[in-house]
Design a protein around this ligand. Structure first.
Ligand SMILES: [Zn+2]
Length: 332
């Protein structure tokens, strides 16, 4: 999933690809350069007779090359057909047991994401980790995902005739997020958020986490003079997500939800949509309770929503255009 602090570097980095039109999407140019390792540490890829290569204890596809970085380290980059790359991406994002239309929607969005990241500004287009899309190589591949990639071959998300800027996360919690409030950028019209009736059965549609108050003070107390006696949620955006958490200690602070989440950790604060934050002083020791909706940043395609939408008979194109309203799924 594209649920990563690295995205906080902003949407600007996702727009470096030429956007001159569909000509840049021609199938013959559908190759991406994937950064397999940011530092080879002296290891060289071992190419096997079947065209795969071994590196770092795993097998990968594409044509590997090493590239010297300015700091003297060597990068390992593989140049690969985008669909071969997707074979090791889609199964890590959407369980292969999910309906075919959900896997196809994931493939279309992941393909669009990778192709839109192509750039001349660095020696690779996407990283093989959560900074872009996690790529597990050959061992991650699964026949159901490969079938979905093949049946959606060449299909990408477009807006006004050009490539769309796409994102996805595990579960939106009932309304996808507005990219402009999550990343402080000017939103594309199709990234403003939609009400999502599909993901309600998802396991983290509503979640709650309880941690010792001492741990919360250790993570957040620098904002409030080392104590924590009260909390409140404030400044809801148009999708209903509070934008700040008010913390009261010796002093009072309004902390952006993204900072609050980073301070307590992504395993504790499962999403950017907080429903309640409170101190439970009836417990010994006192506890800090956080409740919320969904999992991940919530922008764009909701993966669990796609799963249940597909179960009700929706096609991949219907799923994609629901989560990115105003876009089209185009074959190139
Ligand atoms: Zn959803």
């Amino acid at each position: 999933m594209i649920d990563r602090a690295l995205f906080l570097k902003g949407l600007a980095g996702a727009t470096t690809v030429a956007t001159g039109g569909l000509d840049v999407w021609a199938p013959r140019t559908q190759q991406v350069r994937v950064l397999v390792a940011a530092d080879t540490r002296g290891e060289t890829p071992h190419v096997a007779p079947d065209g795969t290569f071994a590196f770092g204890g795993r097998r990968w596809r594409g044509a590997p090359s090493t590239v010297g970085a300015p700091d003297g380290t060597m990068l390992l980059v593989t140049t690969i057909d985008v669909d071969q790359y997707l074979q090791g991406v889609v199964p890590l994002e959407s369980p292969p047991s999910w309906p075919a239309a959900a896997l196809e929607a994931q493939a279309i969005v992941a393909r669009t994401y990778a192709l839109a990241r192509r750039t001349l500004s660095r020696p690779y287009d996407v990283r093989a980790d959560d900074a872009d899309q996690r790529w597990g190589g050959v061992e991650a591949e699964h026949p159901a995902a490969t079938a979905a990639i093949q049946s959606s071959h060449g299909r990408v998300v477009t807006f006004a005739g050009g490539p769309a800027e796409v994102f996805y996360s595990a579960c939106c919690g009932g309304h996808t997020a507005d990219a402009s409030t999550v990343w402080n950028g000017a939103p594309q019209p199709y990234l403003r958020g939609v009400e999502d009736p599909h993901c309600a059965p998802a396991p983290e549609y509503r979640w709650s986490r309880t941690i010792p108050l001492d741990r919360a003070v250790a993570a957040l107390g620098s904002h409030t003079g080392g104590t924590l006696v009260g909390t409140a949620l404030a400044n809801p955006d148009p999708t209903g997500r509070p934008q700040t958490v008010a913390l009261l200690g010796r002093s009072e602070a309004n902390v952006p939800v993204a900072d609050f989440r980073r301070a307590l950790g992504y395993e504790v604060v499962r999403s950017l949509w907080l429903r309640a934050v409170r101190i439970d002083a009836t417990q010994a020791p006192p506890q800090f309770v956080i409740e919320g909706s969904g999992r991940g940043h919530g922008v764009g395609l909701c993966q669990w929503g796609a799963r249940f939408f597909a179960s009700s008979g929706a096609s991949a194109a219907e799923i994609v255009t629901f989560y990115f309203p105003g876009t089209a799924v185009t074959s190139v």
